[in-house]
Design a protein around this ligand. Structure first.
Ligand code: NAP
Length: 260
């Protein structure tokens, strides 16, 4: 019997979970991407791309494709799709498990200013001119047009088009992971005095946080959004180990149905 698993992805971890599970002949894995990145990294399993059309669309997809388990391995800031996934799974009676890597905790020497949302991070930069490293997605940075007095160093996976309507911005194209020594050099080379970052957690993008600490540079840290209350794992390995538990429960039905 083949069990169908839909993984909502767009993260390195989603790709890794897909890789681990795809070697099993009893599982048929599909990975779903939002389609934000022009040339996403190869995923190694069948991929579908694009939104589902809200909760209704996702619930319909789960039903039509006979999904037995939904894995939400989206980015911790992708709050909309996670909320939709929790609702659609409940409505469809499909078990759901989320993979949410833990956020970074401030360490001694960190100078974090905590804010809620990108707009607040713009305000937190203040009115005086500063040299700002924006380590955010290209969809999020337009908010900084409200503060054109700063110099911006903007790093993104895809080109930022159109460019920001600010007079002083430098654009870098790069895909992580980023190592601390390289981030250290980057911050120094561009004479950065503040970094704006999401609390993504994980190793791949921590280098800039560690480099900022070493250089005594402030980090405006955007807090994580609230996420739905679903069973979750913190690591790829622990999530992969939980999969059978959910599949067995789903196939046999809830405990009450089995007279347990
Ligand atoms: P979002 O605000 O939570 O989602 C917006 C809409 O995009 C969703 O309602 C859904 O459209 C569609 N969508 C999102 N993820 C999808 C997926 N994996 N498969 C199919 N449709 C998806 O999410 P976002 O912040 O735009 O992020 C989009 C994707 O980029 C996510 O997969 C996330 O893992 C990845 N990502 C996000 C960040 C970040 O900081 N937000 C960082 C790195 C990677 P419908 O309602 O039409 O289904």
């Amino acid at each position: 019997m083949t069990h169908r698993i839909l993984i909502l992805g767009g993260t390195t971890e989603a790709r890794q979970v897909a890789g681990i599970l795809s070697v099993r002949s009893d599982l048929a894995i599909t990975l779903s991407l939002a389609g934000r990145t022009e040339n996403p990294a190869a995923q190694g399993v069948p991929v579908r791309v694009g939104g589902f059309g809200g909760v209704d669309g996702l619930a319909l997809y789960l039903h039509e494709t006979d999904v037995d388990l939904l894995i939400d391995a989206t980015h911790p800031y992708a709050a909309q799709i996670s909320a939709n996934a929790a609702k659609a799974a409940r409505r469809s009676g499909v078990p759901i498990v989320a993979l949410k890597r833990p956020g970074w905790e401030p360490a001694e020497g960190d100078q974090w200013t905590l804010v809620d949302g990108v707009t607040s991070s713009v305000t937190a930069l203040g009115s005086a001119q500063r040299r700002v490293f924006l380590a955010l997605g290209r969809q999020e940075i337009t908010a900084f047009e409200a503060a054109p007095q700063h110099h911006y160093l903007i790093r993104s996976v895809d080109p930022v088009e159109p460019r920001l309507t600010v007079p002083d911005a430098t654009y870098l194209l790069a895909r992580g992971p980023f190592q601390e020594p390289d981030e250290h050099s980057l911050l120094q080379e561009h004479r950065i005095d503040v970094v704006v970052s999401k609390n993504s957690g994980g190793e791949a993008t921590y280098g800039k946080i560690a480099a900022a600490r070493a250089l005594g540079i402030e980090v405006v840290m955007i807090r994580r959004p609230a996420l739905p209350d679903v069973t979750s794992a913190e690591t790829v390995e622990s999530l992969a180990a939980m999969v059978d538990h959910f599949l067995v429960g789903h196939v046999l039905g809830p405990a009450a149905d089995r007279g347990v």
